[in-house]
Write a protein that binds this ligand. Sequence first.
Ligand SMILES: CC(C)(CO)[C@@H](O)C(=O)NCCC(=O)O
Ligand code: NA
Length: 628
Amino acid sequence: MDPLERMHFTTIDYVIFALLLVASMGIGLYYALSGGRQRTTQEFLLADRSMSCLPVSLSLIATFQSAVAIVGVPAEIYTHGTQYWFIGCAYILGLLIPAHVFIPVFYRLHLTSAYQYLELRFSKPVRICGTLTFIFQTVIYMGVCVYTPALALNAVTGFDLWGAVLATGLVCTLYTTLGGLKAVIWTDVFQTIVMFAGQLAVIVVGVQQTGGLAEVWRKVWEGNRISGIDLNPDPTERYTFWTLGVGGIFLMLSLYGVNQAQVQRYLSSKTEREAIMSCYMVFPSLQVALALSCVMGLVMFARYCGEDQFHKIGNLSKNEMVLYFVMDMLQDLPGLSGLFIACVFSAALSTISSAFNSLATVTLEDLIKPHCSAMTEARATLLSKGLACSYGLMCLAMAYLTHLMSDSVLQAAFKIFGMVGGPLLGIFCLGMFFPWANSTGALVGLGSGLVMAFWVGIGSIVTRTSGGPAAVSHFNCTAVQLSENITTAIGTALNSTAVPTSTSSQPMGLQRFYSLSFMWYSALSSFTVVITGLIVSFLTGPMKEEDVTPGTLYPLLGNMLYFVPDNLKQNLCCATPLGHRPIIQECPPAQHKESNVQADYTEEEEEEERLNFLPTSPTPVTEHETTV
Ligand SMILES: CC(C)(CO)[C@@H](O)C(=O)NCCC(=O)O
Ligand code: NA
């Protein structure tokens, strides 16, 4: 770290950082001692299913907005321009589909774990495989999340790396274990606010120090950082409109549609409508989060481009750049660097707390409870606390593992989401949209999706490709020296021996397959699951619609063929998935929200129905929100 004299924290910075940890602990303690005092699994894992949409929506965005995004996105914008910003387009369908397809199905089934769905729809083995896949994904992701802020902080301030890892891991484990999902959601709310405040403060100061908005704009414009829409159809190109706007939808679906951490928040909502509302409210907040990170990258560029102090940042890895920029700029403003550090750690805490709680939930519900049916509620609650705590400690071990691998953390996170989250998305889609899919098809499908994802994923790591860095556009300000430095920075960040240039030859054959942009991993692996799953199902005897558990199908094909006459649809075997079909289908979409088809149901009837609904319910699935 030669060009870098380490920055130092003042007392007030430490105080602000400590306040974050203390406040989070306080929220945990509050929910440990209030309400039902976390004495039931319903409260500990599902917040008594009593949450309203505002906290849930802030918590939803906090879950997958980790320090990875806070330090990774600005560095991406700094080195490659604003192309990445187009991922915002994927948020539209990436949130509408969860709101109107996944939430209704999961909510009406009254689940605790998303993987219960897989048993209802397919069989127990499918559920267990789904659960294990999720645990695997989350445990790896958790390591990246806790390690990233600690690494960046260490590189810039010399703050002890393992001290920071331990502090975050332990504080988070403690409040998650004490306060359950209520504490997780309310700390998320608090931490999201700190996150936004920290980023906003840095942007405001940065703009001011660079000489105003007009000056920032001039510099990023001249430095060619404002990217037009890139419609290059090449799937190996890392970030284009297609990889971000279309591939990104599948990424979003795997996160916001079927990931247990998010599904658990939908299920903790008071009503189905609150759950859908919270998903809608994620959209503007997520756009704000994205805009803040992107603008921070631009401000960072405006500040360093063309100045002789540029060399300071040129040799840094992508993961360190942002913190260096912040510390460098805020040096004379005590407290603000503390606020930014609090922002980075807020992002990390809010992600790992969700991970601990959701891991405890699936381990208890999907792996332990089915084998110990006689477990008392008190025992189950104690066990779930023990599990949350153990996963917290495991997270520290995973941080060490991440330490041993090195990659750009943003890419690492996207690869994990795509390689392991993609096949999971595929298996849920297979179950919900295709009545013919059977259990064997699901298992073989999941397996082949994982194989496909790991084949391309590991192939790309071994051959160091995966849509290698886009050619760096030219700087107008002191062009030669700067692009050299930038190239070095990217080379270091990607840990690659040879930096690909725009003139490098197109990869061929398998090499080309390995260089598929990681933004396509989710789409590739979920399609693999669905296609293999369908083929195997047809070969081994497709399921009949009548045999599928009521409420587990979403009438996708039926809805898509809305205008086709009923008798024709019947022949295509996709009109009415079930005798007991979800209400979604009963009325035209426009009237759906106001639907009071089932308004004559009383709450008791509804509750009774929930209890005997699975799997041989004689009554249709009702809309729980109608009684509210
Ligand atoms: C996952 C999205 C695209 C949307 O939430 C964004 O938050 C992001 O880029 N996350 C990076 C991964 C992380 O922050 O851990
Ligand atoms: Na977070």
